[in-house]
Design a protein around this ligand. Structure first.
Ligand code: SF4
Length: 346
């Protein structure tokens, strides 16, 4: 163990750690699991209200597993990366059916659960069970690659291994939870992506990135793959009683399992889609302003085609993925952010 490194983080955490974050108050393996998954790819400030609402509605594995996935996605709506919510739900079902809704306490069992990788498993074991497991989330990667001046993109297996080794040697046996929280907090609040506050950092004296003025160069940036562009044509149908027609999207693909306005696929037109699904002819379509929305791999251009029905809505023709919903739509279904905004502006 690199004692000075570890001790400095422990001392710094005593004074500066974010001990009032909701998942740090009365933590349980379940609450730590949910918070760790929410915090993957998402900032603390964004996660807090989602975490509080989620825990209020699904306070235990048992409650979560006996809920519907649609509702779980509803509580995740707007947080993005919806595979995380689907995996949490699947994992809760596994624990409910096979483990009496008890969160396991061994690495081998935890790592088998959907959506849990080595770092998340390590965080749960360290924070909830005080076991000596290291972590390597985005914040820890940044601190270690700067402090030790590790060059090379984080996607390379050799760099990953190097960082895991460094994480392992710095992780103490005692005060494991405090150290784990400390290095995560240091990465989030002091050793930030841009403009790290080296003058406030307990590691600054020996930090190689600071000594060589390479804070901005580390961790090495990966070559960004160009995002694909994708147009999404939507049929936005609203009737005279303010009900809208939503489609439950397939599990795989963009916004998997979420509800959206129906998408017109290649070879279809708005008119032909409405005729086929609702059996009516329409004579007016209003093209609403397109919406740009960026996902990890796609730049979307969402093109809404609004159709206003003057009379009560027709029944859908036995298509189980299409549902009428009264506006405002309640949160027992998952809806992606741009679709929610579209609904709110109708
Ligand atoms: S000295 Fe600066 S770059 Fe080095 S670990 Fe601290 S905040 Fe990060």
């Amino acid at each position: 163990m690199n004692k000075p490194f570890t001790n400095k983080i422990l001392t710094w955490y005593d004074v500066n750690g974010r001990k009032d974050l909701p998942w740090k108050i009365n933590p349980s393996p379940y609450s730590i699991w949910i918070s760790e998954v929410m915090l993957q790819q998402t900032q603390v400030v964004t996660v807090i209200p989602y975490f509080l609402k989620f825990m209020d509605r699904f306070p235990s594995i048992d409650v979560l597993a006996r809920s519907q996935l649609d509702e779980v996605l509803g509580y995740w709506s707007g947080l993005g990366y919806y595979a995380r919510a689907r995996n949490i739900y699947r994992a809760s079902r596994i624990l409910y059916l096979d483990n009496k809704s008890i969160f396991p306490n061994s690495y081998d069992e935890i790592i088998k659960l959907p959506g849990i990788g080595r770092s998340t498993a390590g965080a749960i074991l360290a924070l909830a069970y005080k076991k000596k497991f290291s972590i390597l989330d985005g914040n820890v990667k940044r601190v270690l690659s700067r402090y030790y001046r590790v060059k090379g993109t984080l996607e390379k297996a050799s760099i990953q291994k190097k960082l895991w080794d460094l994480s392992d040697i710095n992780t103490p046996t005692k005060s494991i939870a405090k150290y784990t929280q400390g290095i995560m907090d240091l990465g989030a609040t002091i050793c930030s992506r841009s403009k790290p506050k080296c003058n406030l950092c307990p590691l600054s004296i020996n930090c190689l990135a600071r000594i060589y003025h390479e804070q901005d160069l580390l961790p090495s940036k990966k070559l960004r793959q160009k995002k694909k562009k994708k147009d999404i044509n939507l049929v936005v149908i609203i009737d005279n009683e303010k009900s809208i027609l939503l489609e439950k999207r397939q599990e795989r693909g963009i916004w998997g399992g979420l509800y959206s306005f129906p998408e017109i696929l290649d070879g279809q037109t708005c008119t032909s889609w409405v005729k086929e699904k609702l059996g009516i002819n329409i004579n007016r379509i209003d093209k609403l302003p397109p919406i740009r929305h960026s996902l990890t791999h796609y730049d979307l251009l969402i093109k809404p085609n609004k159709i206003k029905l003057d009379s009560r809505l027709p029944e859908t023709k036995n298509d189980e993925q299409l549902y009428w919903h009264k506006v405002p739509v309640d949160n027992n279904i998952g809806i992606a952010k741009p679709i929610s905004s579209l609904i709110n502006n109708l």
